[in-house]
Design a binder for this molecule. Structure first.
Ligand SMILES: [Zn+2]
Length: 326
C-alpha cells in the first residue's frame, strides 16, 4: 500500500488538510470550517474523519502527521496552550490524540513557523538557506528559517516579529507588552486607528464606505487608500513605516537572504505594501547593501501553512525533526 503523510493547518475559522505521498504527490486536499464553538475534541474528531475518508478512498497508508496551530503551544509536549482565537484549548494534548488515533508519529509547530517552512520548501523561499517569513493579517506572525531549519529558540519563542516593540509609548498588546508591531500594523489595529480618527470627526470617504464607524475594517481602509482618501492614505503610510521598522530590525539582526511576506493583508495589497517597504528598508538597515535586501511576496497564499505541515510530517517520519512527540 502506498505510504502517505498528512499536513493539518488549524486556523481560527478554517482547517486545511492535505495528504501527499512521500514522493511529494498530492493525494487530496480538504478545507473544513473550524467551528470553534464545538470545542477542541470535536474539532479533532472532524479532522480525523476527513483524513480517514481520504485514506479509505485512496487505499493508502498514513505514516506521519504534521500540524500547524496558532500559538501559544508547548511543541515539545505536543500541547495547545490557549490561543486567543481558539477558546477552551487550554493544555489540549493535540499531538497525543492524533498519534493515538492513527498510531503514527505527529509533529506540532505554530502556524507562522509552518507557513515559513511551506514557503521555504515550496514557495518564495526556494533556493535560499536563511529566510524570515512574516504574515500580515488579522495579527502579525513570523517564522525564521536558519540553514534550512525552523529556528525555535528558548520555549520555541523565536520569530515573534509581531511582538517586537516599535512604539514604547504606544498601546498595550494582547501579549501584555506595550507598543508591539502588531498593535499598529495588524488588520484589527489598522481598522482601530482609522476608527479612532473618524470618531474624532476627521473627514474621510470611510464615513460613506461603511454603515457606521464601527463597521470600518482593514479591508475598507485598503479600499479607501485605492480611492486616494487622505485619512486612509495616512493610516496606510504609517502602517508601512512601522512595518518597515519592525522588518528592518529583524534584517539587521539576522541578515537573511530573503524576507517573505504573506497573510491576507499582504496578499490583498501587493505593490501598495511592497513598494514602500522596498523604498524604506534600505534607509533603516545601514549595515547591509541595499541591493542585498530582498523582500518578496509569499507564493502559496492560504496553502503555505498546510504545505509546511506536510514538510513537518515528512521530517518527523524520517526522524529528522527534533521537537516532536509520539
Ligand atoms: Zn505583543
Amino acid at each position: 500500500m502506498n505510504e502517505v503523510i498528512a499536513g493539518i493547518d488549524i486556523g481560527g475559522t478554517k482547517v486545511a488538510v492535505a495528504l501527499e505521498t512521500l514522493g511529494g504527490e498530492r493525494i487530496a486536499s480538504r478545507r473544513l470550517p473550524t467551528e470553534v464553538e464545538i470545542g477542541a475534541p470535536a474539532i479533532v474528531e472532524n479532522i480525523s474523519r476527513a483524513i480517514e475518508e481520504i485514506l479509505g478512498e485512496n487505499q493508502v497508508e498514513l505514516v506521519s502527521i504534521g500540524i500547524g496551530c496558532p500559538s501559544p503551544l508547548d511543541i515539545e509536549k505536543g500541547l495547545v496552550m490557549s490561543p486567543s482565537n481558539l477558546q477552551d484549548w487550554d493544555n489540549f494534548p493535540i499531538v497525543q490524540l492524533f498519534a493515538e488515533r492513527f498510531n503514527v508519529p505527529v509533529a506540532l509547530d505554530n502556524d507562522a513557523n509552518t507557513a515559513a517552512l511551506g514557503e521555504y520548501v515550496y514557495g518564495a523561499g526556494r533556493g535560499y538557506q536563511n529566510i524570515i517569513y512574516i504574515t500580515v493579517s488579522t495579527g502579525i506572525g513570523g517564522g525564521i528559517i536558519i540553514n534550512g531549519e525552523i529556528f525555535h529558540g528558548v520555549s520555541a519563542g523565536a520569530g515573534e516579529l509581531g511582538h517586537t516593540i516599535v512604539q514604547p509609548d504606544g498601546i498595550r498588546c494582547n501579549c501584555g507588552s506595550v507598543g508591539c508591531l502588531e498593535t499598529i500594523c495588524a488588520g484589527i489595529h489598522i481598522a482601530r486607528r482609522a476608527r479612532e480618527r473618524l470618531a474624532n470627526g476627521e473627514s474621510s470617504l470611510l464615513h460613506e464606505m461603511a454603515a457606521n464607524i464601527g463597521e470600518v475594517t482593514a479591508k475598507t481602509v485598503v479600499e479607501a487608500v485605492r480611492r486616494k482618501d487622505k485619512l486612509a492614505v495616512e493610516i496606510w503610510e504609517e502602517t508601512c513605516r512601522f512595518l518597515a521598522i519592525g522588518i528592518a530590525n529583524s534584517i539587521s539582526l539576522l541578515a537573511p537572504e530573503a524576507v517573505i511576506i504573506g497573510g491576507g493583508i499582504a496578499a490583498a495589497t501587493g505593490d501598495m505594501l511592497f513598494m514602500p517597504l522596498r523604498q524604506l528598508l534600505p534607509q533603516f538597515v545601514s549595515m547591509i547593501p541595499a541591493e542585498k535586501i530582498n523582500v518578496l511576496p509569499a507564493e502559496l497564499g492560504s496553502e503555505s501553512g498546510v504545505c509546511g505541515a506536510l514538510v513537518l510530517a515528512k521530517k518527523v517520519y524520517s526522524n529528522a525533526y527534533q521537537i516532536y512527540a509520539v
